[in-house]
Design a protein around this ligand. Sequence first.
Ligand SMILES: Cc1ncc(C[n+]2csc(CCOP(=O)(O)OP(=O)(O)O)c2C)c(N)n1
Ligand SMILES: [Mg+2]
Length: 689
Amino acid sequence: MAVAAEARTEIDELCINTIRTLTIDDVQKANSGHPGSPMALAPLAYVIWQRFLRFDPQQPIWPNRDRFVLSNGHASMLLYSMLFLTGVRAVDPDYEVVGEPAVSLEDIKRFRQLDSKCPGHPEYRWTSGVETTTGPLGQGVATSVGMAVASKWLAARYNAPGFEIFDFDVYTVCGDGDLEEGVSNEAASIAGHQQLDNLCWIYDNNHISIDGPTDITYTDDVAARFAGYGWNVTRVGDANDLDLITRALEVFRREQERPTLIVLDSHIGYGSPLVDTAKVHGEPLGEEDVRETKRFYGWPEDAQFLVPDGVREHFDEGIGARGDRLRQEWDDLLLSYTREHEPRAHEIDQMQRRELPDGWDDNIPSFEPGEKGMATRKASNQVENAVAARIPWLLAGSADLTGSTAVELDDVEGASSFEPDNRTGRQLHLGIREHGSATLSNGLAVSKLRPLWSTYLTFSDYAKPGIRLSALMELPVIHLFTHDSIGLGEDGPTHQPVEHLAGLRAIPGLDVIRPADANETAYAWREALDRTHQPVALVLTRQAVPIIDRARYASAEGLRRGGYVLADPESGDPVVIMIATGSEVSLAIAAHEKLIGEGVPSRVVSLPCWELFERQDQSYRDEVLPPDIPARVSIEEASTLGWERFVGTEGAAIGMHTFGSSAPLKDVLTKFGFTPDKVAEKAKEVLGR
Ligand SMILES: Cc1ncc(C[n+]2csc(CCOP(=O)(O)OP(=O)(O)O)c2C)c(N)n1
Ligand SMILES: [Mg+2]
């Protein structure tokens, strides 16, 4: 393998081999992990970090830092080695840099062990310097597009003549798996269309994945594919050639119109007897091979976790000094910016802490009661615009259903579409790319913007991996889903969600909120925006639902506790409870009035958010659902899975047990038994048990 002599010095070599041997020793010690790709990609990581990345290890959350994303998260040791060797410092939950390193040698030695800062795959918010969680292949590349969008948007809003406050670049390392995953198509297509010249993906073209050589599955012409997306494609024929890598990255830095893909030809497990075999996946090399590999690198065979003198110093002099200088210059720039553009500077500061402007919820409308009612998606649109007017960094995306899911921004500043010639636009047209939309939104959220994106609830499945990661990363993304039940009518069973609520509710950390009417929708938005570290799924109707008379029934503010008593008998205790969410709450009220008329004292509980309700203390929950009232009926036009926890063994769950049907709303509801009569009947039935 040719080495460009002029570009490769002894110290470069020493640093690169330190990265490699740390990985080898680590995987050996943990007895699990993927050593092969870090061994091959060490020169790339070295060049990016040491020569290009505008990143200050002492201030790893400096807002204008370049981002480094390791999309092939199984190569996590590559990232941990860089965090350790460059001395990245830890940041606490209050965004303060603390004394400890983000990754210590102890952490490295405890790779993949409980509580180590070096978990199997990089985890955002767990290890400082990890810009996004990766491991599910494809997520990193798609998230990085969101980061690049964020950089452009932030630059357009905040930069001023003489003040280049934002101009960060995004470097993403990815492998065959990332590019095979469909989401890479969605993400690359958006990036190409949006001309994100600040985005560089480096593709580890090693012709191998776990099943062996990729020619058994994957023979795409990758360069042609990305050229077709409108990317600038370049190639580095030897992953060990620092000079070629440097030149390719310089080409990226000069590019003014297109995202860049660098196809990097590499050999997995470079230096080991297992070079170019899939055996360097998921297991250590084995002691004999470790020795042989270290010999090849000119490394002491028996040394373990060796960091030779001069290596860390070299990083300090390179990325350390450069990062420190750039960050200080930026701090100075921000200081004078603050004098000239105080309100904007204040926004930047608030955003970084995930705070919202004072009075952000002052304009949230309330809605007059009425039987004719309003679709909750429509109410949501009014609330969205009210808060968007106050939160300039709220961005509204949609997967080609902007009008239908009612996420259009109206009169607010920046209501236009985000486009290459309009980077201040806050309306993101993401195209019919749900997976890409959710994941890109995560990239906006890690960049501290407040994104929402939308589609129909039934298509939330297309976006599931991104939704799941937003929860795992604790990102305040609003996943907004409309057309939330068979109540959407004529579009039929392909579009009528059934199992989706159960699936979303099963995601830890995701609050699924399905408001009953316009006023609950307003509170749902307050809840969503109040969250600094939690995503929300807002689940809304296509069809109009009555706006509940809150003078007669309880206040919609009850939503803030997840569930509340909406209606009760005029006097005395109820004997039966009907629990409903969303559009079925009005149905429960109708059944309740019927039962009351018949002398059956019933209660209606609106339960828009299970997760939030379950976080209330036991006494409140017992007030709403008294343990001594076992006669309970849940009503939800969805799979009944999970409702047993609220209706108990003596109750009943009215829901969907099949797919829906294509017909006008009324006919669908009658067919599946969602009528006041049927509900009242069921209530009496459980009461009689
Ligand atoms: C979505 C997803 N599917 C499957 C896996 C399991 N997996 C981990 S690494 C890997 C092979 C990846 O191949 P490639 O991207 O070429 O990486 P390399 O083997 O070259 O390091 C697979 C299938 C995963 N992490 N994510
Ligand atoms: Mg590969």
